[in-house]
Design a protein around this ligand. Structure first.
Ligand SMILES: CC(C)(COP(=O)(O)OP(=O)(O)OC[C@H]1O[C@@H](n2cnc3c(N)ncnc32)[C@H](O)[C@@H]1OP(=O)(O)O)[C@@H](O)C(=O)NCCC(=O)NCCS
Length: 169
């Protein structure tokens, strides 16, 4: 369990199913993430996701708690082969919880955990060109913009640039 103030990263639990399914089933979230995230998002999708997270021997996927309420998910995904010392970070927060500084603290906690407890040397991610809030969260945590992958994304039938961010140990 990782905490700072009233923000907590903890393992997912079966009781997260309802709030998870309710909060993530939001087009404003889906517009900023990969198409592999189901939309609409069902209780069954939440159940499958929680089951997989609970199987992780080394916890990499966490519920974000704010004042003891489930408010989102954050996770690291280890890369493979020669990239195995790199993890990709991903996160979302339910809309009622936006702009309270929660993602900034959650990214801070998981970045420190990934670099210092799990032994990753690099954590990186890609942000769609219009997601200024997420870019700000990464920058506030010391992530640097590595570059822009021009026209690398298709989302909602439109082509977009992806801004690539990373932090290294
Ligand atoms: C992106 C997201 C995680 C941010 O979470 P959050 O808890 O609201 O973020 P924080 O409050 O910690 O910080 C947001 C920062 O971005 C800024 N911001 C928000 N919207 C902005 C915008 N449209 N333009 C510029 N800055 C913006 C805020 O002012 C704040 O910066 P500040 O502290 O310097 O004022 C949340 O909006 C979300 O889940 N979005 C949908 C899913 C998503 O985008 N996931 C990430 C994919 S890369």
């Amino acid at each position: 369990m990782l905490t700072e103030g009233n923000i907590l990263l903890r393992r997912l639990e079966d009781s997260d199913r309802e709030p998870l399914a309710k909060l993530v089933n939001n087009k404003k979230i889906w517009d900023n993430v990969r198409d592999m995230l189901p939309f609409p998002y069902t209780h069954k999708d939440a159940e499958t996701f929680i089951k997989l997270a609970k199987l992780e021997k080394t916890p990499m996927t966490f519920a974000i708690g704010y004042e003891e309420r489930f408010c989102g998910v954050i996770g690291l995904t280890a890369q493979s082969d020669i990239y195995r010392k790199t993890a990709e970070i991903g996160y979302w927060l339910g809309e009622p919880f936006w702009n309270k500084g929660i993602a900034t603290i959650a990214v801070k906690l998981i970045t420190s955990y990934g670099l210092h407890s799990l032994g990753f040397i690099r954590i990186h991610t890609g942000v769609f060109e219009y997601n200024k809030g997420s870019m700000r969260v990464l920058e506030k945590n010391g992530y640097a913009k590595d570059g822009i992958f021009k026209k690398s994304i298709i989302k909602n039938g439109q082509i977009w640039d992806e801004h690539r961010f990373s932090i290294t140990r």
